[in-house]
Design a protein around this ligand. Structure first.
Ligand SMILES: [Zn+2]
Length: 419
């Protein structure tokens, strides 16, 4: 039996998406199902019910990651895992994360209905706290499973109201006993997700095959000058904000002008700016701002940081201030697995979808999984690139295209067996 003949249903996937969206549903048509809340527990229970109804066995690990298993014919083979997350932002949409989990469920339903088997076991994962909205940082469940965070540090995290992650996990009844690190021992991991950008929609693409996660370099910049009265003459001022302003503009210029050999520009964001003393009639003496640079080419990413440092030095001299650029955090470019990428591309081509390769500039559970397990992601377009927003929307056709490419790549990897 080829994957084409399995009774995969785009309509059933869509119905399940709409059903899950009602849990924590918001008046504007989104979902507020933040991690480890009562509605998270309700969403988990519905997912458990659906998974068990198609013959899957659930295990829950010490961080609340839900892992459904479907045995394969060959008990010596490592499992092929599919997953994403059911938690949302406070003003989240219906699809971010949920699409990947429920597309995985649709694969399991189709296998169950057809009485089909795979050689390798299959896993279907709902990761705890991908969003990082209530407990920061994001992607805690997958990060701890892959050894990026310790379990103890995750369990001790507090939300803004002081509630402790580990206590909330127990309170909602979803702390299990399985070892999250066991998930490092998978043969492959596949994740379907909405793009959260508009390259696919603008180009008229049905599907994106995600080849890598962009490298990220974050910096902290401090500009120090001297306070002056707002009524003092302009000459001789050492206004830290007037020096910081062109340096902030340089972040965008550097991102757009640092182009990789493949022709791709970088991405640059200043998300936090703090001004001291922040008084209306005082020229500021100190400005702090954050810089987030991302690029799909490691040499270009390094160059972006170098250009920022050089610009800071120029501005320091020209304005008589001190501008210091300090590296804050770095995440290397994460390539996805060539074999899995090739399977996703071949599926999209065989099915006649219009597709392109695309990087992800956004963190996903797949990015942490890729540190230990061969991984690929598949993107579906989303209208206007809007996400983390109640207005997030996709079409049933896009969801189905993503589902089919995910299924083909997963079944080829796990070895689908004719009944
Ligand atoms: Zn997501």
């Amino acid at each position: 039996m080829s994957a084409t003949n399995l009774p995969l249903s785009g309509a059933r996937l869509w119905d399940s998406l709409m059903e899950m969206a009602k849990i924590g549903g918001t008046p504007k048509g989104g979902s507020n199902r933040q991690t480890l809340t009562d509605v998270d527990a309700e969403g988990r229970a519905l997912f458990q019910h659906w998974g068990e109804a198609c013959g899957l066995t659930l295990s829950v690990d010490r961080l609340g990651n839900m892992v459904f298993r479907r045995e394969g014919r060959d008990p010596t083979r490592k499992p092929v895992a599919i997953g994403s997350h059911l938690d949302t932002q406070p003003t989240g949409g219906k699809f971010d994360g949920v699409l990947g989990v429920l597309a995985g469920l649709e694969l399991m339903r189709a296998l169950h209905e057809a009485g089909a088997e795979t050689e390798a076991p299959l896993l279907l994962i709902n990761w705890t706290n991908e969003e990082g909205a209530r407990f920061s940082p994001p992607m805690m469940g997958s990060g701890a499973a892959m050894g990026i965070f310790t379990e103890a540090e995750v369990l001790a995290k507090r939300d803004a109201a002081g509630a402790v992650f580990g206590e909330e996990l127990k309170r909602i009844g979803w702390q299990g006993s399985a070892d999250p690190a066991a998930l490092q021992d998978c043969a492959a991991y596949l994740e379907l997700h909405i793009e959260q950008g508009k390259l696919l929609e603008d180009g008229g693409f049905d599907v994106g095959v995600v080849t890598m996660a962009l490298g990220q370099s974050w910096f902290e910049v401090v500009v120090e000058g001297a306070e002056s009265h707002g009524g003092s003459p302009m000459a001789g001022r050492r206004d830290a904000l007037m020096a910081a302003a062109p340096l902030i503009s340089a972040v965008e210029e550097i991102a757009l002008s640092t182009v990789s050999p493949a022709g791709e520009p970088g991405r640059g964001t200043v998300g936090v700016v703090e001004v001291y003393p922040s008084s209306r009639n005082v020229a500021p003496s100190r400005v702090f701002f954050s810089v987030d640079f991302r690029h799909g080419d490691p040499a270009s990413l390094t160059k972006m940081g170098d250009l920022l440092t050089a610009r800071a030095a120029e501005i320091s001299v020209a304005r008589g201030v001190t501008a210091t650029v300090t590296p804050f955090w770095h995440s290397p470019l994460t390539p996805f697995d060539e074999t899995l990428i090739a399977r996703a591309r071949a599926s999209a081509t065989a099915r006649g979808y219009k597709w392109r390769d695309i990087p992800t500039g956004i963190g996903h559970d797949a990015v942490y999984m890729a540190r230990k397990v061969p991984t690929v992601m598949v993107f579906t377009p989303c209208h206007g690139g809007i996400s983390h927003n109640e207005a997030e929307s996709i079409t049933p056709e896009w969801a189905e295209a993503g589902l089919r490419v995910l299924a083909d790549a997963a079944f080829e990897t796990a070895g689908l067996v004719t009944p």
